[in-house]
Design a protein around this ligand. Sequence first.
Ligand SMILES: [Zn+2]
Ligand SMILES: [Zn+2]
Length: 303
Amino acid sequence: MNGMSADARERRPEAGRPSSPDSPSSGLADLHLHTHFSDGTYSPEELAGCAAEHGLSAVALTDHDTVEGCARMAAACAGRGIEFIPATELTSEYQDHELHILGYFLDDTHERLLRELARYQQVRQDRIRKIVARLNELGVPLDAEVVFKIANCQAPGRPHVGRALVQEGYCESLDEAFKRWLKKDRPAWVPKFRVTAADAIQLIHEAGGLAVLAHPGLNRADEVIPALVEAGLDGIECFHSRHSTAMAMHYLQVADRHGLVATGGSDCHGMNKGQPLIGTVKLPYLHVEQLKERRAKRLAASH
Ligand SMILES: [Zn+2]
Ligand SMILES: [Zn+2]
């Protein structure tokens, strides 16, 4: 479970500043979604179907350390008249803080981006082998190949190990797998390799994208925000399914103070982490327009 009550969800729908009457487009967006190309359970087609059911007019796919699902998601969205924004979510660090940096409007064919993502994916696969080796030492004879088969993607993560443990009968639920073995400081936990936040931001810019700090409320990241702004950060994810209303308001102020775009998304992983979260955050389209304006300025400045 993600630990959020239905009540908490009701408090934060359709948050944000109202669309201005002369804005060219209206509608609602979700800019933080995962598919089975990382640790989500939906296919791009299923996810686009859910987006349509929830009345979303624009979505971004932000799978961890990959843009592999973007082409299929673009096609699935086009078929349903939904605007699609290619994106990714990079795991990075700044002075021991784990920070997730979202990259929006990326060129998902950019050569160096793809090369770097392939390197991050290799590190993820090595980490899975290390976690499985720890489990083996602990007397759990799981085979890494079972995890890779379940993951069936280039960017496997701990939820896939958890699903393999459940499937092979070593525990009852994903929750139990994390509590017994996989959570930080549990016996099969292995530290993650992380690029520096500045390198992640630079890579995103190089691939034509905008860099946005994901769910800062979950990472206690306030004190690092000025350094990220210095490194070129473009936005902050103010609205998130696990941000309280007070947190959203706080980060709107932080975004304003630093001249950053405020964004938002559900961080839906399909059925992987409790109930699907798509539909719990509906971002007014105005924020997408602000991202586009920021991108136009960046592109103009780089020419
Ligand atoms: Zn994240
Ligand atoms: Zn995410």
